[in-house]
Design a protein around this ligand. Structure first.
Ligand SMILES: [Zn+2]
Ligand SMILES: [Zn+2]
Length: 345
């Protein structure tokens, strides 16, 4: 089979690999769509823990496909089923896993991050993932591409769930990439009256407003603009969908009394100590939170939103490539060209 294999920093090779063998408790999935994520770009640009010349990895963690083969001990799943794959798995027995938060498990592993993933014609689903329900059958009207995009959507849903958006809230999202616009769509779904999107790129803002006409784009002087648009109150919810320390600092200033602030985007390791004005949290009674990855249940819910037509992720797909052209897909993603780049099989 063809597979895109990461060997280290800026070393992604398209290779011919044997189709994975499965044991009696595993499932083999024929990948139909896999989306390129900011995490893939970071792994490509910076390299990743545990990945080197001696330990290469097939990357890709946003994927969907058809079940090809099922181990003899596996219940329920059958060849031919169209399935979305939740890539995260835990040990299954620790406190976090028992609470349903396998994405927070100390022994957390994920397809495309620590196990061979979706930028390949076939992917093996390990026993623990099969047993815990990471293979999710999808309805016929949902495309493989939409199912693949349910993965980043589930992470956004985790973030937005921390923000307790109420009908009529004023929401600010900083960062107009695919994750930022997914936050906007979910904020709207949750009842936000106004959703402002801020980015330095006018091109990205224009694209976002063309997809979601209710959005209020702000490219400059965002702090003053928020004041103006909210009669000085500030935003009820501020979500930072970008890796910029100064944006985290500004988020506290732009939040209204009783505001909720979510640091969705992580900060690069060498800059992660960010000075924050804690009196702002104190006197405005802010809730400052963050989020990472998504639980399996959140993944199921996100797929459900897509399936029910409440969230339309189709429009976020701006380019599609065969696996042979994965390099082109990566250069689009690296250059922040368009929104989601898809690899189709
Ligand atoms: Zn991702
Ligand atoms: Zn665990």
């Amino acid at each position: 089979m063809k597979a895109a294999v990461l060997y280290g920093k800026e070393d992604l090779r398209l290779e011919e690999r044997p189709i994975p063998q499965i044991n009696d408790n595993e499932v083999l999935v024929k990948v139909k769509s896999a989306a390129i994520c900011g995490t893939d770009v970071r792994m490509f640009r910076n390299g990743a823990d545990g990945i080197d010349e001696a330990h290469p990895l097939i990357i890709g963690h946003e994927l969907a496909g058809d079940i090809e083969k099922v181990g003899s001990n596996v219940a329920f799943y059958r060849p031919g089923m169209r399935v979305a794959i939740a890539p995260n798995m835990g040990c299954g027995i620790c406190e976090d896993c028992i609470r349903g938060n396998s994405h927070m498990c100390r022994e957390y592993r994920a397809l495309g991050i620590s196990l061979d993933g979706g930028f390949a014609e076939y992917v093996k689903i390990p026993e623990i993932a099969v047993r815990s329900g990471c293979i999710i059958p999808m309805e016929n009207h949902v495309s493989y591409a939409e199912a693949a995009l349910s993965e980043p959507l589930s992470c956004v849903y985790n973030g937005i769930s921390q923000c307790r958006i109420k009908p009529g809230d004023f929401v600010l999202v900083v960062g107009a990439g695919p994750i930022g616009i997914m936050h906007c769509m979910m904020a709207k779904m949750s009842g936000a009256a106004k959703v402002i999107i801020n980015d330095v790129s006018q091109e990205r803002l224009d694209y976002c407003t063309s997809l979601q006409p209710y959005l209020i784009p702000v490219s400059e002087n965002v702090e003053e603009e928020i004041k103006r648009l909210t009669n000085g109150h500030g935003a009820d919810v501020v979500i930072t969908a970008c890796p910029v320390p100064s944006v985290q600092q500004a988020a506290l200033r732009m939040a209204a009394n009783y505001g909720r602030v979510c640091f969705f985007g992580g900060i690069p390791k060498d800059r992660e100590e960010v000075p924050l004005n804690s009196n702002m949290i104190h006197y405005k009674q802010l809730i400052v939170t963050g989020s990472t990855r998504a639980s399996l249940y959140q993944f199921k819910q996100a797929l459900g939103f897509v399936s029910a037509g409440i969230i339309d992720v189709k429009k976020l797909i701006t380019a599609e490539f065969p696996i042979d052209d994965i390099e082109k897909g990566f250069s689009c993603a690296i250059g922040a060209k368009g929104m989601k780049n898809l690899i189709n099989f």
